[in-house]
Design a protein around this ligand. Structure first.
Ligand code: CA
Length: 245
């Protein structure tokens, strides 16, 4: 009788184990009370641009080019890694230029991870430029040095500058910069430090004068000696408020 009980306990244990395994494989979500597995996260699903700077050069089949002094752009940088195994670094007088989009986007949402080792000693530091089909910049996300105050975020939409953000941008800090644009004057920037977009925007403007549509993305810097890192560059015509870890 005792052996039978032991045998039944063992068989029950095996049954439970099998059920858990089947649950893991089948759903990949909840395997038991308080136990939740991460669902596979894919930044690139449905995105117009999705660049994670992994492997040699760029990834996801996207063509990015290096502008300025090309040696100063490294798509395989490992000095500071913002995400994965590599990031894109840009030092003085360099720029990384995305593929031209398959379509012109009159409204889009944007995200990039960003860290800088120094801030501009000038009036401002352009981080991201969005360009139209004529290769003209119509939207710039930048860090403005507000004399005598600290560096803060600012948007230039067409020829109109937004107000200044309120959060002081720090060096050697990983940021998630989120953006929004619509060619009716709207542009917004959120400044976060994790994979969810902050509830409150850092800068919002509704009086921009650009009516252009996005055709390409440029990660940009001034001709100063500094070192910047970018990663997880996403752009889409559908809103997204979280990114993969
Ligand atoms: Ca990366």
């Amino acid at each position: 009788m005792r052996r039978l009980i032991i045998l039944l306990v063992v068989l029950f244990g095996l049954f439970v184990s099998f059920r858990l395994s089947a649950s893991v494989v089948g759903s990949g979500v909840v395997v038991g009370p308080g136990v939740t597995l991460d669902v596979a996260c894919n930044d690139c699903t449905g995105k117009v641009i999705c660049q994670n700077f992994e492997g040699t050069g760029t990834d996801n089949g996207e063509t990015w080019t290096k502008g300025g002094t090309t040696a100063n752009v490294d798509f395989d940088a490992t000095g500071v890694i913002l995400r994965g195994a590599q990031s894109c670094s840009i030092t003085n007088a360099g720029e990384a230029y995305s593929i031209h989009l398959g379509a012109n986007l009159a409204e889009f949402w944007f995200h990039t991870m960003y860290q800088t080792a120094a801030l501009s000693t000038g009036d401002h530091l352009d981080l991201i430029q969005i360009r139209d089909s004529a290769d003209a910049t119509f939207l710039t996300i930048r860090i403005r040095n507000v004399s005598p105050g600290p560096p803060v975020m600012q948007i230039k939409n067409g020829t109109i500058y937004s107000g200044n953000g309120t959060t002081t941008v720090a060096i050697d800090t990983v940021y998630h910069i989120w953006g929004y644009y619509k060619n009716d004057g709207h542009a917004t920037v959120w400044l976060g430090t994790n994979t969810s977009r902050p509830a409150s925007a850092e800068v919002t403007m509704t009086n921009g004068d650009s009516t252009a549509s996005a055709h390409s993305v440029k990660l940009y810097r001034r001709s100063e000696t500094m070192l910047e890192y970018f990663d997880q560059v996403l752009l889409d015509d559908a809103e997204f408020t979280t990114v993969c870890p």
